[in-house]
Design a protein around this ligand. Structure first.
Ligand code: SF4
Length: 324
């Protein structure tokens, strides 16, 4: 059984895109010693101008995870800031991380370009891979589930571990990547589903809200009138027919290509499958919402469990660096 760490930034409620990514993770982590971290320090790297929502979002993300099937008896769900060693380890690792490693980080450059309207020229934002390395190395995690686009980050963690081990003493194992291939879900405007685009369908959306969002979804832009023949392969609605395994998916494609169905009815059919898929999660979510004290207790117990391991590693690392 390998120790595995996975994290989510509590910058909002989880949406369908997160869910498919997370479900993919859950499948891969079955049978491992899994730690799920709600990374509130990381949320602050981009949300420092509106931090009031972070605490509330921690609870919402925990509810989303519990509703989507995480079992706290089989894994540890915890809050990053409840384990102060994350900040302490980040400070220690920051001492040995060359600035050039952080400045050449491709995600850093990409996010500086793409996230507009926020001043991200901060120490915290440049240094978030160091905090990420601290998150992983504190638990001596052997495996970390990542998408292809995050491989460079994990490599940075491995480099920092190597440098620490070389400078001081071999304390940290180098974590391996578990590659996850979560499908990239289109949002209601056809771009990748993302909180920053405001195009999400959230796990907490009511069936009425799902209906409304599906009705707003963009379709094949070539189908201006019902008589126009369509191209299902470019249509986000068709993507969901496929994803949700509508048994009539071939019929949908055929009728679309030959202008035998209208987009309104097509969306209604897909919306039915989507609501059926989301219903059990939505109902479990409603149930957990009534038991927020229990959710807080799960987080407290998880954070205590995580802290025991983190304290031990922190002691070893400080001894190795000669400050204890
Ligand atoms: S008929 Fe369906 S698949 Fe075709 S463009 Fe309209 S919504 Fe998309």
């Amino acid at each position: 059984m390998a120790r595995v760490l996975s994290g989510t930034r509590p910058t909002g409620k989880l949406h369908l895109g997160n869910l498919f990514g997370a479900l993919e993770n859950f499948k891969k982590l079955e049978g491992e010693e899994a730690f799920f971290m709600i990374a509130d320090w990381h949320a602050l790297t981009t949300e420092y101008e509106s931090p009031v929502s972070i605490r509330a979002n921690v609870i919402e993300v925990a509810i989303d995870y519990l509703a989507s099937g995480l079992d706290p008896k089989k894994c540890t769900i915890f809050v990053q800031s409840e384990v102060p060693e994350h900040a302490e380890m980040a400070l220690l690792l920051g001492m040995i991380t060359p600035l050039g490693w952080l400045e050449r980080n491709p995600t850093y450059k990409e996010q500086l370009r793409e996230i507009t309207g926020k001043d991200l020229y901060t120490h915290g934002f440049l240094g978030y891979p160091v905090l990420q390395a601290a998150d992983i190395l504190l638990y001596k995690a052997e495996k970390v589930p990542v998408g292809e686009d995050q491989l460079a980050h994990l490599e940075l963690t491995r480099e920092i571990a190597r440098r620490f081990n070389h400078l001081f003493k071999a304390v940290f194992p180098e974590p391996e990547a578990i590659l996850t291939q979560a499908p990239k879900l289109p949002g209601i405007d056809g771009r990748k589903m993302s909180k920053s685009y405001g195009n999400t369908i959230e796990l907490s959306d009511s069936p009425e809200s799902v209906d409304k969002k599906v009705a707003e979804m963009v379709t094949d832009p070539a189908r201006k009138r019902r008589e126009d023949k369509g191209h299902p392969e470019v249509c986000p609605v068709y993507f969901y027919h496929n994803l949700l395994k509508n048994p009539n998916v071939d019929k949908v494609a055929h009728e679309c290509r030959n202008a035998l169905r209208g987009c309104v009815e097509c969306k209604q059919e897909m919306g039915g499958y989507l609501k059926a898929f989301m219903k059990p999660i939505y109902e479990k979510r409603k149930d957990w919402e009534k038991r927020k004290d229990e959710v807080k207790k799960i987080l407290e117990e998880g954070s205590q469990r995580a802290r025991q391991i983190a304290q031990q590693t922190m002691r070893e690392a400080k001894q190795a660096a000669g400050i204890l």
